[in-house]
Design a protein around this ligand. Sequence first.
Ligand code: NCD
Length: 309
Amino acid sequence: MGKLSFLAGQDILHMNQWTRAQLETFVEVTAQMHHQQQKITLDRKVMASCFFEPSTRTRLSFESAMHRLGGQVIGFSQSNTTSLEKGESLSDTLRVIGAYADVLVCRHPESGSARLAADATETPVINAGDGSHQHPTQSLTDLYTIYQCHGRLDHLHIGMMGDLKYGRTAHSLIDTCRLFNMHLHFIQLPGLELPPEYVTPLKHHGVPYTEHQDVREILESLDILYVTRVQKERLEHATDAHAYLEEQRITRTLLNRHARPHCRVLHPLPRVNEIATDVDDTPFCGYFQQAANGVPVRQALLAGVLGKV
Ligand code: NCD
């Protein structure tokens, strides 16, 4: 049995479906893939890349991962080129695409669309982001990067700042950190606070967390600062969060003054204005390494779902 046989034929929809032991094994296999210690081929396998919402890193790292393993890619990155434009339902569209591929990677602006996709087809579905709900493959990438940065996952102090209301990467990561006894520190922006459905399970599971209005209150305690942009395409009401984020912009000076030397700044990207470019060539910068890690992480995931590892 392969190390990731628990993934074979599975839909990957939500971080809650993973156990701690599975995540540890996944990180181990990703590291082996990354250092080319795993000789795997996905020859003759087809991945359907279905992006109904803009994407740079997620789509291209999935496609690169598939190509690097010898597989083929079909798909689209603009939904106006599909028959949805003619009035076809999302469910019918995905059911049909499922018959053309061995695995279907789907991003869609509606929360819950990944579940709908999984119900529409027998082909395994990987959620590449469903509205403000979940983004599990980003969390796998984040977890692998955190492991690379600190050599461990347990008991780290993770600060999360930016759009905690609509940011699906933050939501998925919270569900992940919980399993590793991490301490969470939320820098809450007005109008973009973490919704109760993410806070309640933390209380239920006894996960230590603190809340702050200013990153400077907590920066010196952090091992990781995870920053996200305001999801302006999902905002229901005007917010002055931009002004707060601007005021607390992460700069080289701020990090030199308040962060411990081993602290790493992560961001799923794209950044808009949250992190100054003068952080890019400091040791604090982890976000470009994080983006690059999308390829080995998605190689491991595709190989696992397709039953090859
Ligand atoms: C994120 C996303 O799409 O949720 N990007 C990504 O996948 N790396 C973050 C964002 O768009 O803000």
